[in-house]
Design a protein around this ligand. Structure first.
Ligand code: KIV
Length: 266
């Protein structure tokens, strides 16, 4: 059991204190980030892009995710470990069971799946069997070929209405957390108000209950040279990586990050 549990995250939401999350893929960074006060370490399938050099997250396998979860577990000092189920690892509920069990046995405390209300049955079945689920909505990178690129989602009113309804359906199905990526700040604020579970944002404004960034992005490293609008380089002005990690935690807690310039309008 980590020091940070779902109960901790729920009470942070109730108190109005922001939750800090960063992606993390190895033991050394897990130790540094958890020591800096990052509450949730996300072993994201973004590792397919930032570690493996692919142009999307699609090639990542469950075995690769399990390897990185186990590495993060060995360095972690008390943070909650959230692990992505990669592309096609939850296409059926049977696959979701088997692959979630692999990640939980490797050291994850919660799994993340990308989608919308169509995931409700999977969320319910996993939660009933002791596996907490974070539902990732908005820009879902595993669906990049359907979405036609890495674009802001929920700008049209019909899409926004659907996203609000999906968030409530996923909470009712037993989701423990929501993650909103690249959605207009006002819509993210409405969804955060509408559900009791913590909502974490990336490119979703400052009203979400917490923030996440990709570790390499916030350390100013970019393989492609393209830096998304919602990223801030926390290495700027800092002497070392532990200081940059602490600066991220402090700015999220103080609600000075993200600024208006890091968000999207409808
Ligand atoms: O895989 C990942 O790193 C993610 C974040 C972008 C939220 O899902």
């Amino acid at each position: 059991m980590p020091d940070i549990t779902l109960t901790t995250l729920q009470s942070l939401k109730l108190k109005g204190e922001k939750i800090t999350m960063l992606t993390c893929y190895d033991a050394t960074f897990a130790q540094a980030a958890s020591q800096a006060g990052v509450e949730v370490l996300l072993v994201g399938d973004s590792l397919g892009m930032v570690l493996q050099g692919h142009d999307s997250t699609l090639p990542v396998t469950t075995a690769e995710m399990a390897y990185h979860v186990a590495s993060v577990k060995r360095g972690n000092e008390g943070a909650l470990i959230l692990a992505d189920l990669p592309f096609m690892a939850y296409a059926t509920t049977d696959q979701a069971f088997v692959n979630s069990a692999t990640l939980m046995q490797a050291g994850a405390h919660m799994v993340k799946i990308e989608g919308a209300a169509w995931l409700a049955e999977t969320v319910r079945l996993l939660a009933e069997r002791g596996i907490p689920v974070c539902a990732h909505m908005g820009l879902t990178p595993q669906a990049v070929n359907i979405l036609g690129g890495y674009k802001v989602q929920g700008r049209q009113e019909a899409q926004a209405r659907q996203m609000r309804a999906d968030a409530i359906a996923l909470e009712q199905a037993g989701a423990a957390m929501l993650l909103l990526e690249c959605v207009p700040s006002e819509l993210a604020a409405e969804i955060t108000q509408a559900v009791k579970i913590p909502v974490i944002g990336i490119g979703a404004g400052s009203a979400a209950d917490g923030q996440v960034l990709v570790l390499h992005d916030m350390l100013g490293l970019s393989l492609s040279g393209r830096v998304p609008k919602f990223v801030k380089n926390f290495m700027a002005g800092q002497a070392d990586i532990p200081s940059a990690l602490r600066a991220y935690v402090n700015e999220v807690k103080a609600v000075t990050f993200p600024g208006i310039e890091h968000g999207f309008s409808a």
